[in-house]
Design a protein around this ligand. Structure first.
Ligand code: SF4
Ligand code: SF4
Length: 185
């Protein structure tokens, strides 16, 4: 694998927990933006941001989906907020085999925040735009990162691996061959 690095604008979203009141508008905006065609369906189960909500203790915590991990954690951490204990999974951003969170409801494939990549680009991600409480703050900075192509190859491999786990390798190969044949026809 190439070690080459390139300069890139890194987009990030800062979360101001004091301002989040758990309205879930960010989930709705994300799900609508990622429906096909865009804005045609709103199903928060497809959202790449999920808000952990504990209304009794006034704890609301938006979490954006990160990379899939095969590892089911051992020795989990516990967080104490306002004297109430919370398990680590409540705030974790990884789709993983232990739970259905951040998985496409139909295929079971993992969802990942893509910062609302689109052409033309948005001025700011949808969840930020529709958080009227200003709890989500969009930021950009320049950094050296691995080349984009390598990251996409990793993601493709992971997607295929998961499809093979779910439907079986034979079925996956059969489908890919059929797709290739129909493209050639
Ligand atoms: S839209 Fe903003 S205030 Fe509402 S749940 Fe999401 S982050 Fe919190
Ligand atoms: S940045 Fe875009 S893709 Fe990521 S959680 Fe927000 S709305 Fe969803």
């Amino acid at each position: 694998m190439s070690e080459e690095k390139e300069k890139k604008i890194i987009k990030s979203i800062k979360v101001d927990l004091d301002k989040c009141h758990g309205c879930r508008a960010c989930e709705v905006a994300c799900a609508a933006f990622h429906s096909d065609p865009k804005y045609s369906i709103v199903n928060p189960a497809r959202s790449r941001i999920r808000v952990y909500r504990n209304e009794l203790d006034n704890v609301f915590l938006p979490v954006r989906a990160g990379a899939y991990t095969k590892a089911e954690c051992e020795g989990r951490q516990t967080y104490v907020i306002n004297e109430q204990e919370y398990g680590e999974c409540n705030f974790c951003n990884a789709p993983c085999p232990s739970r259905d969170l951040f998985k496409e409801p139909d295929s079971g494939l993992p969802l990942r925040c893509d910062m609302c990549e689109s052409d033309p680009p948005l001025e700011e991600p949808m969840c930020v735009k529709w958080c009227l409480a200003d709890a989500l703050i969009y930021e950009e900075r320049e950094e050296e990162v691995e080349e984009e192509e390598e990251i996409k190859e990793d993601e493709l491999e992971l997607g295929l691996e998961l499809m093979a786990d779910k439907y079986g390798l034979d079925k996956l190969i059969e489908t890919v061959v059929r797709m290739a044949e129909s493209r050639e026809a």
